[in-house]
Design a protein around this ligand. Structure first.
Ligand code: SME
Length: 150
């Protein structure tokens, strides 16, 4: 995983000033292609009621979890706490929403705008305990770079 290369690709993408949807889709594609343990990469956005997360752009297997209540699953907990969660072994997690039996671990990073939670980057992995501080640093840097898009 080459964080500098990924960040420079994302800077390049942001400079192209494509539509928000296209930009988010390209970010999913870049992360999925560049990091071997990122098997599903997607965005969930907080809706107007502030109670529901709605699936946005993603790369990976289609999921039936198009909407997730705040507080439910890893995604919903991150929306509530507005801080990153890493689950190295999803089988040990009680408040977890399974998307696929292949998924063993997950990282969810909040996107904050003016200090308020607006969306999140959700990544599932088929590997067991693959996430390190490097993943957290990379994804939090991306979250802060793209916050203006929301
Ligand atoms: N596993 C997530 C649900 C979303 S899927 O990973 C795409 C959760 O527990 O919130």
């Amino acid at each position: 995983m080459d964080s500098e290369k990924i960040l420079s690709s994302i800077d390049g993408l942001l400079n192209q000033q494509k539509s928000v949807d296209e930009t988010l889709q390209q970010i999913c594609k870049t992360l999925h292609a560049e990091v071997s343990h990122y098997d599903w990469v997607g965005f969930y956005m907080l809706d107007k009621t502030q109670q529901i997360l709605v699936l946005g752009q993603y790369v990976g297997k289609p999921t039936e979890h198009i909407e997730i209540e705040v507080g439910k699953g890893v995604c919903g907990q991150v929306a509530e706490k507005a801080s990153t969660m890493i689950v190295q072994d999803v089988s040990k997690m009680d408040n977890y929403i399974a998307c696929s039996l292949d998924v063993q671990s997950e990282i969810v990073v909040p996107i904050l705008k003016n200090g308020k939670f607006v969306a999140e980057i959700d990544i599932d992995s088929h590997a067991f305990a693959p996430f390190t501080q490097r993943d957290e640093d990379l994804l939090e840097t991306i979250a802060s770079k793209i916050s203006y898009l929301f």
